[in-house]
Ligand binder design. Structure first.
Ligand code: PLP
Length: 393
């Protein structure tokens, strides 16, 4: 740390210079997070000083958090449930499996080697979580449609199983597991079913209203015990805003830790000190957009997705899988080199470590048809150059 402080103007200038080097949203095609809604940003700044770790001080902010949880439970078809706002999908998934493990223990169902049945494309946050919670993954290969097959789930549930994880919108492909088939298979087996809807939670309810053929994935499906949903992705809220929701009114309290102090209630989430700004931002966006606003946003995202798919197909590209949500995965020779060339020209896309020769493009609020029009010619040039480089001289 410097001995004598720098003038505020110097500090501002330095930070502004670094922020200006961040990639502008209109060149970002790899991120499920997007430019947050302006009202969310404004309200998050107004609440920048708040801390939900101390609800005696921030009682108004706490009321907003409770209201956000209520709105999200309602969106997921379970007004009588419980939940909490957390830092994102990773923490939400962690709390879900912790509650699954502890409730198995409470029912005398916990063995020495607790297992969780997951698909081979489950989000990597679970790799962290299994290590932290001492859980063993039972990995079920996805089927040809890249989904977790319900019959295999049924086969893999055994005496050690404490939970099954289904995904409603995988981060790699935007593929939605048939939760409506997995739910009935898990219900009645005394096993916790968690649905990771970090990506799809703010898309699927509205896409279904618009007539897209997507499975039911929320608490309306028998057997679903908990859901992860991320306001800081398709919910347009400021980072860090995630949520964990439970079917039972008491479930969120199963992971409750007492603080040292009288009158300070228990902590239900992993973090202690945590930003009220995320809760406030989420509340502002949910209230301001309403169901109609989110449906419009979803319609636009699907239109832009189709526009991108049409453009890619017109240029002769083939999709790796038909997009269910707003993630487009293209088969692409020399994908890694193409991605590097794109980045050198300012565009950020992703390539998969596991599914080689594919390029992944995410459509969200900041992706417009104009942006697609600018991107496609740059992509074509990068493809040609990568092919030429790879050709034997
Ligand atoms: C983004 C994502 C996560 C992790 O969420 P973070 O907010 O990055 O912690 C988990 N699961 C899925 C399906 C995701 O898309």
């Amino acid at each position: 740390m410097r001995t004598s402080g720098a003038p505020a103007s110097d500090v501002r200038r330095r930070i502004a210079t670094e922020l200006a080097d961040d990639v502008p949203w209109n060149r970002v095609l790899n991120s499920i997070c997007t430019e947050p809604h302006p009202l969310g940003v404004e309200m998050a700044s107004a609440a920048a000083h708040t801390n939900l770790g101390d609800v005696r001080i921030f009682r108004g902010t706490k009321r907003i958090e409770r209201e956000v949880v209520r709105l999200l439970l309602d969106l997921m078809g379970n007004p009588g449930g419980s939940g909490g706002l957390v830092s994102g999908g990773t923490e939400a998934n962690l709390i879900a499996l912790l509650v699954a493990r502890e409730s198995a223990r409470a029912r005398g169902r916990l063995t020495g080697r607790p297992e969780v049945v997951v698909s081979s494309t489950v989000h990597f946050s679970f790799t962290k979580i299994f290590g932290l919670l001492g859980l063993t993954p039972v990995v079920v290969p996805v089927d040809v449609s890249l989904r977790l097959p319900a019959d295999e789930v049924a086969r893999r549930i055994g005496e050690h199983t404490v939970a099954v994880v289904a995904t409603a919108g995988s981060s790699e492909f935007g593929v939605v597991d048939a939760v409506d088939e997995i739910g009935p298979v898990v219900a009645g087996r005394d096993v916790h079913l968690h649905v990771d809807a970090a990506t799809g939670g703010f898309i699927i309810p509205f896409a279904r209203e618009l007539g897209h053929d997507l499975p039911q994935f929320d608490f309306s499906v028998d057997g679903v015990d908990s859901i992860t949903i991320d306001p800081h992705k398709y919910g347009l809220a400021n980072v860090p805003a995630g949520a964990i929701l439970f079917r039972g009114a008491q479930d969120a309290g199963r992971f409750a830790v007492d603080s040292f102090f009288i009158d300070t209630p228990v902590h239900n989430t992993l973090l202690g000190t945590r930003p009220g700004s995320a809760a406030v931002s989420t509340y502002a966006v949910l209230e301001h957009l309403g169901r109609d606003g989110f449906r419009d946003l979803t319609r636009t995202n699907y239109e832009v997705t189709q526009y991108l798919v049409d453009g890619l197909r017109a240029a002769g590209h083939e999709l790796f899988t038909e997009p269910q949500l707003n993630i487009v995965v293209v088969r692409m020779a020399h994908a890694v080199r193409v991605s590097q060339l794109l980045e050198s020209r300012g565009w950020i896309v992703s390539t998969s470590k596991r599914f080689g020769e594919t390029l992944r493009l995410v459509v969200t609020r900041h992706v417009t048809p104009e942006m697609v029009d600018e991107f496609l010619p740059v992509l074509e040039r990068a493809c040609k150059e990568a092919t030429a480089e790879a050709a034997p001289r």
